[in-house]
Write a protein that binds this ligand. Structure first.
Ligand SMILES: [Zn+2]
Length: 266
């Protein structure tokens, strides 16, 4: 009996979380407030560091409800404000009766966050340095320690393989099915290329997902330059694992710099 009552109470509190607006949740819970404020800052940093442009987005899982996530309404990253943040379920449905226009590609976030409990923040963008890898099938691999999380190389999502019945799509991840297929392509890695479109990446925190987006893009540029000069020496899987363990302990350092840059511009 007690168990039933307890279960009912948990259900009730979960539905209350879903029913409260993002603003109300921020007022009630410091962890939500911190996550939403960091998400807004991350939008500005990603634009300032050329990881996104007028398009692109970043999400974060709700710290008090793992089955929902926060993502801006459909505006460009550098102009995102706290009031723009919406809450979604893991099928990409907006919660709290929020009827504002959402990003058409929110399913990238719901697909990956649903499949990957180890990932709490997802980024999608169209940064041009990564595009040639998705187009040619040349594997994007870690050429230096900063992007060691790329491991043995980024997988490439081919939308033609999953779009039914017509393989000629508009290239957008515009449905839960396409978001789930993209997530399957990513597998257990942290970065996936999208042929003719862009990339998606993720990590257990906003800071780390931003770090990974920025350094994967830098890796793409360095790798392309190196390939013109000759045979490229990539990090071995062992080097990549060791370097990742070391470098990802220090991400607070560039985050401070990136934050101050955008704060000084405001
Ligand atoms: Zn896109």
């Amino acid at each position: 009996m007690m168990r039933k009552i307890l279960g009912l109470l948990i259900l009730l509190s979960a539905s209350c979380v879903g029913a409260a607006s993002v603003q109300e949740q921020m007022e009630q819970n410091p962890a939500v407030k911190a996550a939403v404020e960091e998400l807004v800052l991350a939008n500005h940093i990603l634009y300032d560091q050329n990881a996104v442009d007028g398009y692109g987005h970043i999400s974060v899982r709700n710290p008090v409800n793992p089955n929902t996530f926060f993502l801006s309404r459909s505006v460009s990253p550098p102009v995102v404000k706290v009031e723009d943040i919406m809450e979604f379920d893991m099928n990409g449905n907006a919660l709290n009766g929020d009827t504002r226009v959402a990003y058409g590609e929110r399913f990238i976030h719901s697909g990956i966050l649903k499949d990957r409990p180890d990932i709490n923040s997802v980024i999608h963008g169209h940064a041009s340095p990564v595009l040639p890898y998705g187009l040619t099938g040349t594997t994007l691999k870690p050429v230096y320690h900063m992007s060691s999380f790329l491991g043995e190389g980024a997988p490439i999502f081919e939308i033609r393989n999953v779009a039914h019945p017509n393989p000629d799509t508009d290239m957008f991840i515009s449905s839960p099915d396409l978001g789930n297929a993209l997530s399957k392509s990513m597998g257990l890695q942290y970065f996936v290329l999208m042929r003719g479109h862009g990339y998606a990446t993720g990590a257990d925190s906003i800071k780390k997902s931003v770090f990974r987006a920025i350094y994967a893009i830098q890796n793409a540029s360095i790798q392309a330059e190196a390939m013109k000069m000759g045979q490229v020496q990539y990090l071995t899987p062992g080097e990549a694992a060791a370097a990742q363990a070391t470098i990802e302990k220090t991400i607070g350092r560039p985050w401070q710099l990136w934050s101050e840059r955008v704060k000084n511009k405001q």
